[in-house]
Design a protein around this ligand. Structure first.
Ligand code: GKR
Ligand code: MG
Length: 429
């Protein structure tokens, strides 16, 4: 399918890697580096429109984005099936279509979905701008006008050892015990109004992390709570944690690695299990559903191949009676806008979405569109995604990318530069 001569055509595609300051957030594979990387994709048309997308910026991924960007001029922004074929084709030629690894936590067997995603989002932004409608209208229309997010709590150091990007300490302070986690939660709830909380675990012994969840329960009796150790526990330990936290957490996220391990845990507890680790592509749905391994899938349009494929995932989880939540990685405003439009147009989004947004102090979009009120973001009603790039900020964050020296997310490598004996904790407890 192709547009007639009166339809806009892609004239230029620009991929800009950016870096933004990130606090030392701890997780199962290590600690966040001082700089988080993202790539901003701009698709320009011969009619003067610009569509935006945002994705990871590890150097292998960037090379793939650049290869696709070079092949796009002359194509039709409405033809996302054609875009996907082009991505398959380019990746086949340039890289053999090999997979991708992001932060050492997830291994994706094919790079097609992750590379396709920011271009699909940018095309939908363009098409929606041309139609003078919000992107949510291209996904079936918004079923809610505000999208709820959960406050994402992390164990963290007081600052980056020896770092100069934020000074040695950031505004959040240290969070290494239950009291400090409650203090962090108070700051999140006071500042953003979140109506649910998620703790990133997998850092300390599960007893300590359960104590932190119990302290949160005491401090916030009415807020739904989640704990996500990114597969740090054995199935046996996961069952014990589930027994201890039954009735306290709304779900446990990836307590143990793999569909088989999750199925063993699920068979022995009524606490719902969620995942963004063992079901991360369509091919994982059938075995996970057959084994009743997970009750909630966290979608993520960056990983699942854009907004329309994420909407498809929503339909599948609905069909099989599963819950649906949304995963996050460190991100900027273009991603947040896309997440909000997707969530707004997903009828069966059964849980508040994750976001790392409060952890960043810099952005590339003009302020004022994506403000949090009572833990929710109002769905932009203007054309497209509803966000505009601030060219000065984009330039500033690109300059930071050029000078920061970070070229891929490496939580384990960075942790080992501080604690040489550190080993990633998957299934450790
Ligand atoms: O930012 O450290 C982090 C998180 O642990 C992230 O990498 C995970 O992908 O947020 C994610 C999760 O829910 O597993
Ligand atoms: Mg998770």
């Amino acid at each position: 399918m192709s547009g007639g001569p009166h339809h806009s055509r892609i004239s230029k595609v620009v991929v800009t890697p950016v870096a933004f300051a990130d606090p030392p957030l701890l997780n199962v594979v290590g600690v966040h580096q001082p700089w988080a990387l993202r790539a901003i994709v701009e698709i320009h048309t011969d009619t003067g429109l610009v569509g935006l997308g945002e994705t990871y910026a590890d150097e292998t991924h960037l090379a793939r984005l650049d290869a696709v960007a070079a092949a796009l001029p002359g194509t039709d922004p409405y033809d996302t099936h054609g875009l996907r074929r082009l991505v398959v084709d380019v990746l086949g030629k340039e890289t053999g279509g090999a997979g991708a690894s992001f932060g050492g936590m997830l291994d994706v067997s094919s790079a097609v979905d992750t590379v396709y995603s920011p271009f699909e989002v940018a095309c939908l932004d363009l098409v929606a701008r041309e139609a003078d409608r919000p992107v949510s209208d291209l996904l079936g229309g918004a079923v809610r006008d505000r999208v709820p997010f959960s406050g994402y709590l992390f164990y963290k150091w007081v600052g980056h050892p020896g770092s100069t990007n934020n000074g040695p300490d950031d505004a959040w302070g240290e969070a290494l015990n239950p009291d400090q986690i409650v203090a962090q939660a108070n700051r999140m709830v006071d500042g953003w109004g979140f109506g649910s909380l998620k703790l990133k675990g997998g850092v300390f012994h599960p007893d300590e992390e359960c104590a932190a969840i119990e302290a949160l329960r005491d401090a916030f009796p009415d807020l739904p709570l989640r704990l996500d150790p990114n597969g740090a526990w054995t199935p046996e330990t996961s069952v014990k944690v589930a027994e201890r936290l039954a009735g306290v957490v709304e779900y446990l996220e990836d307590p143990t690695p793999g569909i088989e391990g999750m199925a063993q845990v699920a068979a022995r507890t009524d606490v719902p299990l969620a995942t963004n680790m063992c079901v991360i592509a369509f091919e994982h749905l059938k075995p996970a559903i057959a084994a009743d391994a997970v009750q909630i899938v966290l979608s993520d349009h960056h990983l699942w191949g854009g907004l329309r494929r994420s909407a498809l995932l929503g339909g599948i989880t609905d069909t099989f009676g599963m819950g649906l939540s949304m995963h996050s990685n460190s991100h900027l405003g273009v991603s947040l806008a896309a997440m909000v439009h997707l969530a707004a147009a997903t009828p069966n989004l059964t849980y508040a979405c994750d976001t790392h947004y409060p952890w960043k102090t810099q952005d590339v979009v003009r302020p004022g569109v994506l403000d949090f009120e009572d833990g929710a973001v109002a769905v932009p009603t203007g054309p497209g995604l509803g966000v505009e790039l601030d060219r000065d900020l984009l330039g500033e964050l690109h300059e930071q990318y050029l000078t920061c020296g970070v070229r891929r997310r490496e939580d384990t490598v960075y942790m080992r530069s501080i604690h040489p004996d550190f080993t990633p904790n998957t299934s450790r407890w």
